[in-house]
Design a protein around this ligand. Structure first.
Ligand SMILES: *Cc1c(COP(=O)(O)O)cnc(C)c1O
Length: 404
């Protein structure tokens, strides 16, 4: 692979990208392909495509085993899963949620006329700040919806304590955190319920999909009815439900990914560690780190760029990388409070969210996953190193030659 030795070589100036094909963040991982095909043939032969078929039942059982949780309910996606949990727990009024998350988190509340009250983060962990949570609680608050950002558990212990003291429900959006653990227990065991996403771009996918994990028997029974229109028996509907069912093909994908999960994790961990080694010691670039004690999926290679040190701001670095066909992403940008409908409802929300505001202009995530090779990672790291070494000059030149 050609390399870049001088900033004149950058595709931003020459128009000739280093990579012929785009390297995307969140390119899907595929587990055991032959196993998947065999399962899909079984599904076709049996003509049982959905409605709690064999694949979904086996997937739910194996998920619950893997997570060490009593109930795991497969759902069509994590957004609907969040909505179902929120309704099952009868939340209303206001729920406290971080703004530094994917917009599905607050949307799942707003969709049912519950006001998401945005909370700031701890800049050192990127996760919800429990002290700020507590200060936002009022007589309308019914719950807290925490997010395990990058798969790093949010302050579960403190939030559990706050929820207990104030009589609030506690839900975790664990969309990033499948396969991660907290103090030796798998994520999925905390709060009233936790929700995983198995969207194609996540560490572990079922094309589209999600799951709700809970140790509460009554809640699980309620969720099972609610995801199936409220049907409790043939022709018998007990309450308002929706359609949250996972298809058999999705469950088959989940089962074949679950068979390869250890290799998958190892490969992604190796990518992460290579990035870490090759980006070490660059002033102004800080890489998000993961616990050495707990399990983590290493699916997010996240950099925080300090433009004052590098002389090159996050957006310029992104432009430079995009020109090379390295599709780094500005996740999460902007914060949810700057998206509709929240921006119109409360245009000044950012004043109370200084750490979120700052972080959303500093983070970017880099391509990883099973389709990114060692050479790819080395080339990406070299470009970043060269760019930062020439930060001020490069930033200046880019301003003078803005690219369309
Ligand atoms: C991906 C994601 C979701 C939504 O998951 P879907 O399965 O696509 O509905 C929710 N929250 C977070 C934090 C996510 O990253």
């Amino acid at each position: 692979m050609p390399t870049r030795n001088r900033i004149d070589d950058f595709a931003y100036f020459t128009g000739a990208p280093l990579f012929n094909e785009r390297l995307h963040v969140g390119r899907p991982n595929i587990g055991n392909r032959d196993g998947l095909m065999a399962r899909i043939n079984d599904i076709l032969d049996s003509r049982w495509f959905t409605n709690n078929g064999r694949q979904v039942q086996e997937f739910e059982r194996k998920l619950a085993d893997y997570l060490g949780v009593k109930h795991c309910i497969a759902i069509c996606n994590a957004t609907i899963a969040l909505e179902i949990v929120i309704r099952s727990l009868q939340l209303k009024g206001e729920v406290i949620v971080p703004s530094f998350t994917f917009v599905a988190t607050p949307h799942s509340l707003q969709w049912q006329q519950i006001k998401p009250v945005f909370c700031d983060i701890d800049p050192s962990t990127h996760n919800i700040d429990p002290q700020h949570v507590e200060s936002l609680i009022n007589s309308l608050t019914t719950g807290i919806l925490g997010v395990h950002v990058w798969g790093r558990p949010c302050p579960i212990e403190q939030l559990t304590d706050i929820a207990r003291r104030h009589g609030l429900k506690l839900i975790f959006d664990a969309a990033h955190a499948f396969g991660c653990s907290y103090q030796g227990r798998m994520i999925g065991n905390f709060g009233d319920a936790e929700v995983f996403s198995f969207h194609a771009t996540k560490f572990f996918n079922t094309f589209e999909g999600g799951a709700i994990a809970t140790n509460n028997d009554d809640l699980a029974a309620n969720i099972r009815l609610m995801k199936n229109f409220g049907f409790s028996g043939y022709d018998q509907v007990d309450f308002l439900g929706t359609n949250g069912k996972m298809t058999e093909v999705s469950a088959a994908m989940g089962l074949s990914s679950l068979e390869s999960i250890d290799e998958l994790m190892q490969a992604i961990r190796n990518n992460y560690q290579q990035y870490r080694r090759e980006l070490a010691g660059i002033p102004g670039i800080h890489m998000v780190e993961y616990s050495e004690v707990d399990r983590c999926n290493h699916h997010y290679v996240v950099l925080e760029i300090d433009a004052e040190t590098t002389g090159l701001d996050r957006d310029s670095l992104i432009s430079l990388l995009h020109a090379e066909n390295i599709f780094a992403r500005r996740y999460f940008h902007p914060g949810c409070h700057r998206m509709e409908p929240y921006r119109s409802t409360d245009p000044d929300a950012g004043i109370a969210l200084p750490h979120t505001e700052r972080l959303t202009s500093r983070v970017l995530s880099l391509p990883t996953g099973t389709t990114v090779s060692r050479d790819d990672i080395s080339a990406i790291c070299k470009i970043i190193r060269l760019a930062v070494a020439n930060g001020p000059e490069l930033g200046d030149r880019m301003k003078r030659h803005p690219r369309q």
